[in-house]
Ligand binder design. Structure first.
Ligand SMILES: C[S@@+](CC[C@H](N)C(=O)[O-])C[C@H]1O[C@@H](n2cnc3c(N)ncnc32)[C@H](O)[C@@H]1O
Length: 282
């Protein structure tokens, strides 16, 4: 159900209102979520940034690595291949259905990847446990991201590396379309996300947690140009109508403009993801 909370003019809700939202996805529709994430994983942009993350972490045989909010577990499987039988590759995931899907996958593939139930705010590990940490597209769901950054710093060994990746919805581009309607739709999307500007905040959070920033990578995720409005803009623009931010006529016009753009080749929908490599001083 669309939320009916009034959206302030700048479209970004204050932290205390966002803080009322749960950090996790609803338990409904898990199979669909698993499918959607797997489809996303196939998107070349995410794959490229993930490859960058694995190169940057440069896991060695025998090392210990953890992926926080590991979802369906694809990156933990990659960790397991890199660290080999003498290392450990763990995923931490609070959602029991995603956890079960990841465990099934690892078993089916004969992988040594292991999964634990747990939360970014209280990782079920002692201090100085890991050589490498990955955390992808989790911080945008967190009401208290600094607590999670502090937990990453705690479980890393001195010299250990971390990559935290997230989108920043302030970078969303929807073209063509009336500029004001587009802005209202993008603002609706941002206000429906717990921590919508997460991407730009990652370096500051990790620095505050005592880590040293080594590199920042980015990649714009560009939607397939043939699909017009696509499912995201279709869904969020309906939410904007339900909230009274735009009219149904404006929504229909936006979707028609995007379809025309898809037909004549003048269309661009994207959001930029940022990936931050940092280490714990030794
Ligand atoms: C967009 S998915 C990303 C999953 C995976 N990292 C990937 O990139 O495919 C967001 C993940 O964050 C997890 N998550 C949400 N709140 C969390 C929390 N407080 N601690 C740890 N994980 C959390 C969700 O259960 C979900 O698996």
């Amino acid at each position: 159900m669309p939320q009916t909370t009034a959206i302030p003019k700048d479209g970004i809700e204050p932290m205390d209102m966002r803080g009322l939202r749960p950090d996790r996805f609803d338990s409904a529709g898990h199979d669909q979520l698993v499918d959607v994430r797997d489809l996303q994983a196939a998107l070349p942009g995410i794959r490229r940034l993930r490859n960058w993350a694995h190169d940057a972490l440069a896991l060695q045989p025998g090392e210990d690595a953890v992926d926080i909010g590991s979802g369906t577990g694809s990156e933990v499987l990659t960790f397991a291949d890199a660290v080999g039988p003498t290392g450990t590759a763990l995923g931490v995931e609070p959602d029991p259905n995603l956890l079960a899907a990841a465990e099934r996958r690892a078993t089916d593939l004969g992988s040594s990847a292991k999964f634990h139930t747990g939360d970014a705010y209280g990782l079920p590990f002692g201090a100085d446990s890991f050589d490498a940490v990955l955390c992808e597209r989790v911080f945008q769901h967190l009401t208290a991201p600094l607590r999670a950054a502090n937990e990453i710093a705690r479980v890393l060994r001195p010299g250990g590396r971390v990559v935290v990746m997230d989108s920043d919805w302030g970078t969303a581009i929807v073209h063509p379309g009336d500029r004001r309607v587009v802005r209202d739709v993008v603002d609706t999307l941002a206000s429906a996300t717990t921590n919508p500007l997460s991407g730009r905040r990652l370096p500051g959070l990790l620095t505050k947690a005592g880590l040293v920033i080594d590199e920042i990578g980015s990649h714009a995720l560009v939607q397939d140009r043939s699909v017009g409005a696509g499912s995201l803009v279709t869904r969020i623009s309906a939410m904007a109508v339900a909230r009274g931010v735009i009219t149904e006529t404006q929504r229909e016009q936006l979707i028609a403009d995007l379809q025309a753009g898809a037909d004549n080749g003048d269309i661009h929908l994207s959001v930029t993801m940022f990936a931050v490599l940092a280490h714990k001083p030794g």
